[in-house]
Design a protein around this ligand. Structure first.
Ligand code: DX5
Ligand code: ZN
Length: 217
């Protein structure tokens, strides 16, 4: 499993997004947190900003939609060119249809679970999913404390993916930093979102190298 690091621009300077993207040339993805103040108690950015960012960077964009009614909104993010579009299990009413629409529009399909949402009920959906995202904080804000309680679920998700036999990336998001990333990797995660651990560092690019090294060894 190749380790991938996806720095979250939620912790970057929103007034200088192109510059902030350029500070992390070694990132595999740029993680964009779309929040609607309904699914989560915070409001961030949406499609026009994603479109602008796509023009400003060659790093693929990993859109994490923390919004109500993702069935309505998610395909557009894939259509404008996001490389990966993730919808939340708790918000999607027709996840199979939406995941298929994301793929049909040329993006990788992502499916996210909040800390208290069980993974087993979604085993049959794995063929529709390119990346399973297990939240390691309650979604809504950067800089929260990593929830160790999710570690057993990461392990079980990795087992389900192995049993299925297809390639599904396993992403973790929330509180992922130098002191928590090894636990996530050991449990089976291979794509790591990090906001404050990257953009809160004096040298974001060096922080990515360090996180990658910790997750790999
Ligand atoms: C939280 C977002 C995360 C956030 C992570 O709801 O989904 O992507 O940016 O921030 P850190 O890494 O600071 O916990
Ligand atoms: Zn996120």
């Amino acid at each position: 499993m190749a380790v991938q690091i996806s720095p979250s621009i939620l912790s970057a300077d929103f007034a200088r997004l192109a510059d902030e993207a350029a500070r992390v040339p070694n990132a595999d993805w740029l993680h964009v947190d779309v929040m609607d103040n309904h699914f989560v108690p915070n409001l961030t950015i949406g499609l026009p900003v994603v479109e602008a960012l796509l023009k400003a960077t060659s790093t693929p964009i990993d859109c994490h939609l923390m919004i109500e009614d993702p069935d309505r909104w998610a395909p557009a993010y894939a259509e404008v060119g996001a490389g990966s579009v993730t919808i939340h299990a708790e918000a999607a009413k027709a996840p199979v249809r939406t995941l298929r629409q994301i793929r049909a529009a040329g993006a990788r399909s992502g499916f996210a679970l909040n800390p208290s949402t069980a993974v087993e009920q979604y085993e049959d959906l794995l063929p529709e999913i390119d990346m399973l995202l297990l939240m390691t904080v309650e979604p809504g804000f950067g800089g929260q404390k990593f929830l160790d309680v999710v570690l057993p679920k990461i392990r079980r998700a990795r087992e389900l993916i192995a049993r299925y036999g297809g390639e599904v990336w396993l992403q973790v998001d929330g509180g992922v930093a130098a002191d928590t990333i090894e636990r996530c990797a050991e449990a089976g995660a291979d794509v790591f979102v990090a906001g404050s651990a990257v953009y809160g560092a004096a040298d974001p690019s060096a922080a990515i190298d360090h996180l990658r090294e910790l997750a790999t060894t």
